[in-house]
Design a protein around this ligand. Sequence first.
Ligand SMILES: [Zn+2]
Length: 396
Amino acid sequence: MKYQNLHIQTQREFPNNARTPGFGWLVRAGYMTRENEILPLGQQVIERLKNLSADPSYFSLLTFPFFHNDHETFFAIPTGSTEIIHCESCKYTERLELAQFKKIPFSQESQLPVEKVLTPDCNTIESLANFLNIPKEKIAKALMYTRLSDGQLVFVVVRGDMTMSEAKLKNTVGEVRMATAEEITNAGAAAGYASPVGLNAKRVLIVIDDLIPQSPNLAAGANETGYHLLNTNCGRDYSPEIIADLIQSKAGDSCVNCGSPLSIHSAISLATRREFNFGNILLALAETHHDDKGLTFPKSAAPFDVYLMHIPGKQLDTCTRAEEIYGQLQAAGISVLFDDRDERAGVKFNDADLIGCPVRVTVGEKALQNGMVELKPRKEKENKLVALEKIIEEIL
Ligand SMILES: [Zn+2]
């Protein structure tokens, strides 16, 4: 490919909307626009990535750090819109909303009799915990939803110190929305003071987190405004239809596999079992592979193997010689970006560094008079002179 045919436009400045270094370099090197549109150079990388993607060790070939499980691969980046849970010890990885963790039940105690108590203005977990002077984990938190498919009221109970994951609930019962005040009242419950105790099992679907059966003597709503029940016990005072893991994990929870503390990361998704997100893979490459001059893509992902350029000469026609080398390299199966512009050497060197092909080959008058060209690996400081007939073996 020739530089001018690809319409490459490198930029002198970082775009002012560059939220990450990798994005900034992709825009400066002419791989994409600041509006996130992929340009021909970026497309060239994506074509290479597509060819590579059949390889089972695909992501290892790209030499960047990634997180994965058997159905999705992620790259951690501060601006990522997907939150993932990760275990450093055993590499367990999952989307935050679906991640499992090791739940620790509190110590067993014998069941105490239910007691109805007056709890004025205690319609939140915090206010109830303060009023009763008990920890939040001793409260049964009630959440009410309506299932979209059949209008069924879904009554959820989780421990008061935990956050329910809507994604897990949807995986358990199907699509839901928050129940309206009218739907809650019709089911016999009282908003802010609701519990499954005494509800008509025909009218509500009681779904509880799997920690609730191991949590005796929880305070719960009395289904009467201003009142709560002390010492409710699942199984004795109400019977759930479904027991499932419904809790959203958080940083510091224990890994479900090995018990090590879990961490949380912002990330982008690179691939699912069905498809690759090549735009995100391009960004992950740029985030990992750059220095202070530009991109430094590995050979497996660079748009071209070689950046070939000539420095216009006074006595020799360096452009024609470069054109010949261009043909030889291509015939040897090496992909080449040929910078055939009539630009100053400094401009071309800068662009070569920005674009980041693994090797730069420079055809200049002085070296050419001795039958040599200059060869510089992108990630090394020094260049070396290579005889014309040795170029291909040096590059391969
Ligand atoms: Zn683990």
